[in-house]
Write a protein that binds this ligand. Structure first.
Ligand code: UDP
Length: 352
């Protein structure tokens, strides 16, 4: 297959602005290349992915959907990079068998009937705005096979989705994640620092317990981050910046557990499978995707959203989790081969 992959318009690949999409897209691309498919990646200018070439497209970035209200209208900036990426795709479409996009935006859904090459839609978030819901619903009504979600819980946030949605979850090049059998003292928190990720719960828990917490990720909302820190001036936290995968896995690999404290519906939770790949148990709120990854009591624990007492209790039980079981789950469900299989199977359906 000749595949054209279109990245998120909210930020260049490698910047951290796109959250989990960077990793999902690059692993999707690698998984397809390793199967002999030809893959071209289109992404905003300034994008870089180690070992993969990218067609960089200029233009202004898109506002992330998660910052918008349910009744927000569709917004496109002047000289929109999203529009420019799809204009490029329109021009080169006949060189490809399929266009696979990772944007969570109205335009690709609207444009689908005007393209001659089939478009496959990877929906990377739960239901956010009415305008997006209706754009996705329009395509889903006639071509449900052209839309893939991450998890069933995420798919179920869209009222029109049937009982058997296509769910791709995620996958990793497990060779890049070193299993660490022995845990050190610290806990870890990884993700975009933004209100929907609920980092204040992790900080409140470690402030209470006195256990060090290492934090990694892009600061998307600086005012929120300042306010959270001001509420816990003595919490034993250390912010380590935004790290590349190689450094990130080394930094979290000997942590006792990863704390995933989201307040919104997580479509998947790449950081959960990255931690498991290192042998690090995951303690997650019941926030969607991670509930399908973390079997309670086997590779970590689940607690209710924003329930800091529940989180504190789970941290106290972390010694019960076998770190090898965490790695084994990652190997079984979230290898690049397994992910590549799911994507290839889906794209063949879209083309035919
Ligand atoms: N990440 C990273 N370096 C960091 C912190 C995070 O590369 O220092 C990546 C992480 O690997 C993951 C993404 O950021 O792929 C966060 O994605 P997730 O699916 O957890 O949430 P999202 O931001 O998409 O809501």
């Amino acid at each position: 297959m000749k595949q054209l992959l279109i990245s998120t318009p909210v930020g260049p690949l490698g910047s951290g602005l796109g959250g989990g999409i960077d990793l999902t897209l690059s692993n999707a691309a690698r998984s397809q290349i390793s199967r002999g498919h030809e893959v071209t990646i289109v992404a905003p200018q300034g994008s870089h992915l180690p070992d993969l070439s990218v067609v960089e497209i200029p233009g202004n970035l898109q506002i992330p959907a998660q910052t918008q209200a349910r009744n927000s209208t569709i917004d496109l900036p002047a000289d929109s990079v999203l529009a420019n990426m799809f204009e490029y795709a329109r021009q080169v479409q006949h060189n490809y068998d399929v266009i696979l996009h990772f944007t969570y935006d109205w335009l690709p859904f609207f444009l689908t009937p005007f393209f001659e090459t089939p478009i496959a839609h990877f929906v990377s978030m739960g239901s956010m705005t009415d305008a997006m819901d209706s754009a996705i619903a329009r395509i889903y009504a006639n071509h449900p096979e052209s839309i893939a979600f991450c998890t069933r819980t995420q798919a179920a946030t869209f009222p029109f989705v049937g009982n058997d949605p296509i769910c791709l979850t995620g996958g990793l090049d497990l060779d890049l994640y070193r299993f660490q059998a022995k845990a050190g003292d610290s806990l870890a928190w990884v993700g975009r620092i933004a209100p929907e990720k609920g980092i204040e719960d992790a900080i409140a828990a470690v402030d209470w317990l006195g256990i060090p917490l290492k934090i990694f990720g892009n600061i998307q909302d600086a005012a929120y981050w300042q306010a959270v820190q001001a509420r816990h001036p003595k919490a034993p936290i250390e912010y380590g910046g935004f790290l590349e995968t190689r450094d990130l896995q080394a930094a979290i690999g000997n942590c006792r557990a990863l704390l995933l404290t989201s307040h919104w519906v997580e479509a998947f939770g790449n950081v959960a499978i990255e931690a498991l790949a290192c042998g690090v148990p995951v303690i997650s709120s019941r926030c969607g995707g991670p509930e399908e990854i973390v079997t309670d009591g086997e590779v970590g624990f689940l607690f209710d959203v924003a329930d800091v007492d529940g989180l504190v209790t789970a941290i106290g039980q972390i010694g019960m989790i076998n770190r090898q079981a965490c790695r084994t789950l990652a190997e079984r469900e979230y290898s690049l081969e397994a992910f590549g299989d799911r994507i290839e199977h889906w794209l063949q359906r879209v083309i035919h």
